[in-house]
Design a protein around this ligand. Sequence first.
Ligand SMILES: [Fe+2]
Length: 169
Amino acid sequence: MFPPRLVKLEEVTNRLRDTQKRVEVLWQEPESLAFVARGREYRSEFHVNDSDEFTYMIKNTMNLHYRTPEGREEIIVIPEGSVNFMPAGTPHSPRFPLDAFALIVERGRRQNEIDKFQWFCPKCDGLLHEEQFVVADYRADPVSQAYRNFFESEKARTCNACGNVMPKP
Ligand SMILES: [Fe+2]
C-alpha cells in the first residue's frame, strides 16, 4: 500500500534493545510482512506456516533448526550479514541470543490461514504438542501466546509416546 517507506535497521535494533521488546513489525501488507526480531534464548518450538521465509542476520549469529520432510532435525548456522531462504511448510526454529537481531520477511497471512507451533519430545523426538493460531495481526505476538499455553499446561508437555515431561525453561 502506498506510500513507499525507508527503514533504518540500526534505529530499529536500538529501539528493541532500549525497550527490551522482542519484535518490531516494519510493515504488514498482503504480499509482504517484515519484522525485526531479537533472540529468544528460550525458544524450543518449531513454527510451520504456508509462506516462504527470508531471514537476514543483521547482528550476530542464528542457529536455524529445521525438520526435513523425513522428520530429521537439521541446523543451518546463519552468520551476521548472511541470508537464509526457508521454503514454505518447513518446520523451523530460529535460535539466537538476546543480543542478536534478524530481519525476517514473509508474505502476509491469507484469511483464516493457520500458523502452527510444534514441540517435539526431548527424549524420544515424538510430536509432543501443537498450538494453532490464525495470525490476523503479527503485532499480537503469537509466539509468546503459544509459549504461555504450552508451558502453563503439564499435560501439553507430557509425551504420549514415552511419558517424559518436558520441563519449563
Ligand atoms: Fe517422548
